[in-house]
Design a protein around this ligand. Structure first.
Ligand code: GLU
Ligand code: MG
Length: 440
């Protein structure tokens, strides 16, 4: 029987609270809309995750924009268990004449990549590792990382992998993680813009697949104050203009090429100011604490999961080439951060390091949380902001970082974050975590 409906395709953008928002059309209209997009408005960028528009904001009730679909960024799958296919196309927010809009984070990532390429010839390969927890699963308790922990959720894991595969996300591994009812899913490395698109699609496909089972998948950074954190680990590496790997140099400390080292130095230098963008909620800062395998200092280390920038291992089994595997992982991120903006600021900060030709930071071993001030200082280690409020202050104080954006964008970003800070002022941590648990 022919269904009574025609499937919809959604043209979407990701906002400053990392919420996917957009408008939907019947599939047969997409081609026609490709050139001019769908309507959008400036004030939408001031939406908080609590269904309010941050006030004050620079936009008010006036103005109109378009979201132009990027037809190469369509993610479609019929395998989430929904009645109609999951189908979305990521778009760029533009003005009515088609010129880029200052608040489009996808454009910001594209521009950051272009700036890096122009200055250095380098392109970025990236991948986002996502951790999440299932709620309302009604599972019997199970062991961390165990075979049984994955099997008791069957067929959730194979169904999720099939949906991600069909959507073109190239999923790699699904894990029953360390935390209670916690899972992790990874995807194959790809060019940075595609990786950020995939990150958004992974979150939505995972939530939808869980929802269709009667469960809730939460990517909130801390679903309870003492719960294991849900991180988003952003892996990156470089290729040069000839397509050759440019991150690896076995002759240097940590095997980091001089360019990759300068990039890391730039990231660490600006890290406190980047945190409100990559760890963007009040609850994010319950996760960024020592001894949680997240990150808490401006710290580069070789294969240490407490570091903010972790140099990842390579495998030499069967004579495999390390140069193409070699990558660095940024761990101070979670799914309350917009993936385009997160990657854009990492790249902008890295480019500052490259432009200033900064030396590779020291590879730190040990535990910064027990080092005295002198030791921290000699290694250049600074504690990351401990609240969203402090992180926002660090951003607003770093003129180089704010200088990457239009002033209206910074004003909008600060407005949304202040709304989150004010909502939770004086609220206990368990209430904060519970609210974000349900929202993400
Ligand atoms: N759950 C940890 C986090 O919050 C990460 C654990 C791991 O290394 O996979 O980032
Ligand atoms: Mg993990």
């Amino acid at each position: 029987m022919t269904p009574a409906w025609e499937p919809l395709v959604s043209i979407v953008t990701t906002d400053l609270a990392a919420i996917t928002r957009g408008r939907s059309v019947t599939e047969s209209k997409l081609e026609r809309l490709a050139a001019t997009g769908i309507g959008w408005l400036q004030a939408n960028l001031s939406l908080t995750p609590f269904n309010a528009i941050a006030d004050p904001n620079p936009w008010g009730s006036s103005g109109d924009l378009r979201i132009l679909p990027d037809m190469g960024a369509r993610f479609r799958t019929g395998k989430t268990g929904s009645a109609t296919p999951f189908d979305l196309v990521f778009g760029d927010i533009v003005q009515l004449d088609g010129t880029p809009w200052l608040g489009c984070t996808r454009t910001m990532l594209r521009d950051a990549l272009a700036a890096l390429k122009k200055a250095t010839g380098l392109s970025v390969i990236a991948t986002f590792e996502h951790e999440f927890q299932i709620f309302d699963g009604g599972f019997p308790s199970s062991h961390s990382l165990s075979f049984e922990a994955l099997r008791r959720a069957d067929p959730f894991a194979p169904q999720l992998m099939a949906a991600l595969e069909e959507a073109g996300i190239a999923p790699e591994v699904i894990i029953a993680e360390f935390g209670e009812d916690q899972f992790e899913v990874t995807h194959a490395p790809t060019d940075a813009l595609n990786a950020a698109d995939r990150a958004v699609a992974i979150r939505e496909i995972t939530r939808e697949t869980a929802r269709n089972t009667g469960w809730r998948a939460s990517f909130a950074p801390k679903t309870a104050p003492l719960a294991v954190g849900n991180g988003v680990h952003i892996h990156f590496s470089f290729i040069d203009s000839e397509g050759n790997p440019a991150t690896y140099d076995p002759a240097r400390p940590g095997r980091l090429s001089a360019k990759a080292g300068a990039f890391c130095a730039g990231v660490l230098r600006h890290l406190p100011a980047l945190t409100p963008m990559t760890a963007a909620s009040v609850s994010s800062y319950y996760r960024l604490k020592p001894h949680s395998w997240s990150s808490s200092y401006t710290w580069l280390a070789d294969q240490d999961r407490e570091a903010t920038l972790r140099i990842c291992p390579t495998v030499s089994i069967g004579g495999r080439d390390p140069a193409r595997q070699f990558n660095i992982e940024y761990r101070a991120a979670d799914a309350t951060g917009n993936p385009y903006l997160s990657l854009a600021v990492i790249i902008r900060a890295g480019l500052e390091g490259l432009n200033a030709n900064l030396p590779t930071p020291p590879l730190v071993t040990g535990d910064p949380s027990v080092m005295d001030e002198t030791a921290l200082k000699s290694l250049g280690l600074v504690r990351l902001p401990e609240t969203l409020d402090a992180a926002l202050d660090a951003l607003l104080a770093d003129r180089i970082v704010t200088g990457w954006f239009a002033p209206e964008f910074i004003e909008t970003f600060a407005g949304v974050k202040k709304a989150e800070i004010e909502k939770f002022a004086d609220k206990p941590a368990d209430e904060v975590c519970d609210t974000y648990r349900k929202l993400y």
